[in-house]
Design a protein around this ligand. Structure first.
Ligand SMILES: [Zn+2]
Ligand SMILES: [Zn+2]
Length: 352
């Protein structure tokens, strides 16, 4: 086994260096995963440029998949297995952990933020966090298991049923994945709303013909016009801005449900008019966080099943591919947003 590897190591804000670091050693409950694909998440951009990680230096990257390259004695059966990684490491002791609600853990660790993640040749990963990937799924798709699982989790919280009209405010990567999941789930109509004409044009390329630019048209009116005057059965907020929350509240039908998913960029405000909608229409408002990862309910396994069934068109969602050596270029492209992209992926040749 090599002693050194190349990694994208964050030394300070905006100081991401492609450099040689030691290959991590593995503890009893870990394997060494050779990373084959790792996606840049929207949250990685402020992590690298504005907020930083919990300590420096640190290797970011929490959306990754690869091949098991080294194991402890007794785990030989895992060698060569293809796997995605659930990035949250729960404490295993708190009340949330006792009930399998790991994203609510009071004292968790996290690959790619609190500890080293996937923007490297190798990562030491706990066996518990490995999600084995069937041979039919490319590893660059498996690296998108996290956003897919987050989208599935959010959608399942809307209480969607067959034939429902689903309105999604925010046509970014997770909004688009939720839209694809809704279509696979048997939604009647899926409507995407956004302020960005390019995102909406891309949504139409993915086959979502009902799109509304909220800078130009009133989304509630549009959604009523395509739903026989009823409004959406369920609405998903996938932008993290006040206007999108208002859009959800005004476009959902009476007794409909609204799920709030987008990470808020700043304080959120609701107008009096939109607030009345919650009361008068007796709306059900729910939050969603991360994804379920236990035996009874596992959004990660579901995400892989959806991939196998062709519900997610992930090949088209990967806009650009880079090697880890090009991390500076990849993050500049992600930050500047001058060029339209949905997902930027780091890839290592062979086996993907
Ligand atoms: Zn992510
Ligand atoms: Zn815990």
């Amino acid at each position: 086994m090599k002693k050194c590897m190349m990694a994208c190591n964050l030394h300070g804000l905006g100081d991401l260096r492609y450099e040689e670091v030691p290959v991590p050693g593995i503890k009893d409950d870990e394997v060494l995963l050779e990373v084959k694909a790792a996606g840049i998440c929207g949250s990685d951009i402020p992590r690298v440029f504005e907020k930083g990680t919990y300590h420096f230096p640190a290797i970011p990257g929490h959306e990754f998949a690869g091949i098991v390259a080294a194991v402890n004695r007794g785990d030989e059966g895992l060698m060569g297995r293809r796997a995605a990684v659930f990035p949250l490491i729960p404490c295993g002791k708190c009340e949330a952990c006792q009930t399998g609600e790991y994203p609510q853990c009071a004292d968790y660790d996290y690959y790619g933020s609190r500890r080293d993640g996937g923007f490297a040749e190798f990562v030491a990963v706990k066996k518990w966090n490995l999600v084995f990937v069937p041979g039919s799924i490319p590893l660059e798709h498996a690296a998108m298991c996290e956003p897919c699982a987050v989208a599935i989790h959010a959608l399942s919280r809307t209480g969607i049923s067959l034939g429902d009209t689903v309105a999604i405010f925010g046509a970014g990567a997770i909004g688009l994945l939720a839209a694809q999941a809704a279509r696979g789930w048997g939604a009647g109509k899926v409507i995407l709303a956004d302020v960005d004409a390019k995102k909406l044009a891309f949504a139409r390329e993915l086959g979502f013909t009902c799109t509304v630019n909220t800078l130009e048209d009133d989304p509630a009116e549009y959604i009523r016009s395509v739903s026989g005057g009823r409004g959406a059965d369920v609405a998903l907020e996938a932008a993290g801005v006040s206007a999108a929350v208002e859009g959800c509240l005004t476009s959902v039908k009476a007794s409909g449900s609204v799920v709030l998913m987008g990470n808020p960029a700043k304080d959120m405000h609701i107008s009096q008019k939109a607030y009345w909608e919650i009361l008068r229409k007796q709306l059900l408002l729910k939050g969603t966080w991360n994804s379920s990862y236990n035996d009874a309910h596992n959004d990660w396994r579901l995400a892989l099943e959806c991939m196998e069934r062709g519900i997610f068109d992930l090949s088209r969602m990967i806009s650009r591919r880079f090697s880890f050596a090009e991390c500076g270029k990849a993050f500049e492209l992600a930050r500047l947003r001058e060029e339209f992209y949905v997902k930027i992926m780091f890839e290592k040749g062979g086996g993907t």
